[in-house]
Design a protein around this ligand. Structure first.
Ligand code: SAM
Length: 246
């Protein structure tokens, strides 16, 4: 997969050189490029913002530097590849979640446009439809100062789903949100720590019973912490043995 990120703070994306995503880049599993929006300006001050039409507080990101930057990354798309997906981080976008991460992990090229100030001139979003499939995406119902933090989260969530990035792909199957429930609690050695014991079932060696216990814990934890997820959860999608554990 190719990912392009456009930002006025390219240094903000430095953590994408670390850990599993950094290794995926080194191993050639992920071709990630960060671009400085200011290199697409033409004036001496490298201006990327201006006052909003209609008045009001704050500044708005100018259209032309964005058009130049996005045209440049669109031109870099691999020969024969489908239209890239342009993700515009925005608190006014659709909510990012694991299902969307899976969907986006199947794309050939993703482009992220990091807004700042009051956001990007809306005409850029309309114009970009010519070159991209455009998706305004929100990290959650709160307001950040810029799109960079949202991009760090989204690239990590998407990148770890790419084949070969996570060492053991089975760990992706059992985690929270993969089947609509939260993950069960996990423990490691020692079996007794500060008088607290690991649930005995996990030491039993009975894999069937352990699987049932884990299913039950997933269900209990989801009911307690995220009843909204449980409402949307369809137990009918589970294998029969798992259903009886709920
Ligand atoms: N005035 C905008 C509004 O109320 O919708 C908020 C602008 S915010 C201060 C600046 C930038 O931060 C946005 O353009 C977007 O790129 C990013 N941003 C802020 N909150 C976000 C969120 N919840 N999810 C994704 N990006 C966000």
């Amino acid at each position: 997969m190719r990912i392009d990120v456009v930002s006025i703070f390219p240094e903000y994306l430095a953590p994408l050189e670390l850990s599993l995503i950094g290794k995926a880049r080194q191993d050639g599993l992920l071709n990630l490029n960060v671009h400085d929006l200011r290199t697409f300006t033409t004036d001496r001050h490298r201006t990327v913002d201006d006052t909003p039409y209609g008045g009001g507080a704050g500044m708005v990101m100018k259209a032309e530097p964005w058009a130049q930057a996005l045209e440049s990354v669109a031109a870099a798309r691999p020969a024969g590849a489908a239209k890239p997906v342009l993700i515009v981080p925005s608190p006014a976008g659709e909510r990012f979640n694991q299902a969307l991460a899976y969907e986006l992990a199947g794309e050939e090229q993703l482009v992220f446009a990091c807004g700042r100030y009051e956001g990007i001139d809306e005409r850029v979003i309309e114009w970009a439809e010519e070159h991209f499939t455009v998706r305004p995406v929100s990290l959650g119902d709160y307001v950040l100062n810029g799109g960079e933090v949202a991009v760090l989260a989204m690239v990590e969530a998407i990148g770890r789903l790419l084949p070969g990035v996570v060492g053991n792909p089975e760990s992706l199957v059992e985690e929270s949100h993969s089947d609509g429930l939260l993950e069960y609690p996990v423990y490691t050695k020692p079996s007794v720590w500060r008088d607290r014991e690991v649930p005995a079932i996990l030491l039993s060696g009975n894999h069937g019973k352990i699987a049932q216990w884990r299913r039950h814990e997933q269900y209990r934890r989801t009911a307690e912490r995220r009843p909204d997820l449980l409402e949307a959860f369809d137990a009918g999608t589970l294998p029969r043995a798992d259903r009886t554990a709920l």
